[in-house]
Ligand binder design. Structure first.
Ligand code: PMP
Ligand code: GLN
Length: 395
């Protein structure tokens, strides 16, 4: 059945169209450009982790539906990781839930916790699935804009704006640190203010910490759940995709108190029920890797950040050197440009490179218009070639 009288897509999703990542990756493919748009590494993660997945497949572990909450080995490994890194104690049976990537964790959490009409205060620019999932839950997003601070050379949170955004309808604060796309790592001071506000106004906090292992220059990743009053009201979201460079495996997780995990599980069971069977066993082994793995991963990404930052600066961009994530947000105004979307659409033709216009992550599009994001989770030779090509912009 087709209908011309009314569009098929419902009103809640009508504004979203196709995700910018699919659009820009297709553009890269079509034009043969270097894809510094969608954030995925161009080399796979550790060989022993890949082998662990092969072993699980061969041994028939996870080839049939795994348990709804996730396999016990992985839930235990997630809990141990939180304990070892942050001193947070979670019961693997009641306080950990495995999901189909962080994407499903975000969806299930928001669908489980929000009533239609609730407000969600989220940091803008925000990862695109936040807005869509808030909409699917029938709730309303209230953006608090991270603004560039020239003195600190970073995007920062205005704590007064955050306080002002909270109303009687606010149900939860949706935080992301390290932050995609700005590369900002929220400071302990900023996060303490978030925590105090949550306690004062009795709000839940959902915190997306998928880039927890990608922090540079002595920046500190402070899990919100470690702050006073937060352990019981925080849903923390993690993902193996970023930390172990297996974004296609789609293994993510939620850690929270039993009541919150149980609520999220209620939604999750009707989204995918379960996913990623054999990969769950492999990620359990990955999380138990020694610190040397995590250190080497960070050091490697740091070198790539520096390489691409230098190249972008040379090409004429103003660069916000990220303290975390594998993205660099740039300002294109020094190049005489002001519309990031138009710039990104023309970049394949002008320089054979694809990037992401940050404007798509904003409700206040004009606030994001001049910013463009480049991913540096690529091989050194690819980044060198990209910077060589981008040099033509300066000419
Ligand atoms: N949150 C943020 C901030 C992200 O950048 C991404 C993209 N990787 C996700 C969530 C989704 O993660 P996953 O691939 O595990 O679904
Ligand atoms: N998180 C990745 C990014 O920000 C993309 C993931 C996706 O394509 N949904 O680029």
């Amino acid at each position: 059945m087709t209908s011309t009288a009314r569009p098929f897509l419902n009103r809640r999703l009508a504004e979203f169209g196709t995700t910018v990542f699919a659009e820009m990756s297709a553009l890269a493919l079509r034009t043969g450009s270097i894809n510094l748009g969608q954030g995925f590494p161009d080399t796979d993660g550790p060989e022993e982790v890949r082998e662990a997945a092969v072993r699980a497949l061969r041994d028939g572990r996870g080839n049939q539906y795994p348990p709804g909450p996730g396999v016990p080995e992985l839930r235990t490994a997630i809990a141990e990781h939180q304990q070892r890194r942050y001193g947070l104690t979670f019961d693997p049976d009641t306080e950990v839930l495995v999901t189909a990537g962080a994407t499903e964790a975000i969806a299930a959490t928001l669908l489980a916790l929000l009533e239609p009409g609730d407000e969600v205060v989220a940091l803008e620019p925000y990862y695109d699935s936040y807005a869509a999932c808030i909409a699917m839950a029938g709730a309303a997003r209230v953006p608090v804009t991270l603004r560039p601070d020239p003195e600190q050379a970073r995007f920062r949170l205005d704590l007064d704006e955050l306080r002002d955004a909270v109303t009687d309808r606010t149900r939860l604060l949706l935080i992301n640190t390290p932050h995609n796309p700005t590369g900002t790592v929220l400071t302990r001071e900023e996060l303490t203010a978030v925590a105090e506000l949550a306690v004062e106004r009795d709000l839940l906090v959902v915190t997306d910490e998928v880039y927890e292992h990608l922090v540079f220059d002595g920046a500190e990743h402070v899990p919100l759940a470690t702050l006073p009053g937060m352990r019981e009201r925080t849903v923390t979201i993690g993902s193996a995709g970023k930390t172990f460079s297996f974004t296609g495996w789609k293994v993510g997780w939620v850690t929270a108190s039993p009541g919150l995990v149980s609520a999220v599980r209620s939604a999750k069971q009707f989204l995918t029920y379960v996913s990623s069977g054999p990969f769950q066993y492999a990620v359990a082994e990955a999380l138990a890797l020694p610190d040397t793995y995590f250190d080497a991963f960070r050091t490697d990404m740091l070198a790539k950040r520096d390489l691409l930052s230098a190249g972008l600066t040379e090409a004429g961009f103003a660069v916000y050197r990220p303290a975390g994530t594998y993205f660099i947000t740039t300002d294109i105004r020094p190049l005489g440009e002001s519309d990031g979307y138009a710039f990104c659409r023309s970049l394949p033709e002008r320089a054979g490179v694809v990037a992401i216009p940050n404007a798509v992550f904003y409700d206040h599009r004009e606030a994001g218009a001049p910013f463009v994001r480049f991913a540096f989770c690529k091989q050194k030779t690819v980044l060198e070639e990209a910077t060589e090509r981008l040099r033509s912009l300066a000419a």
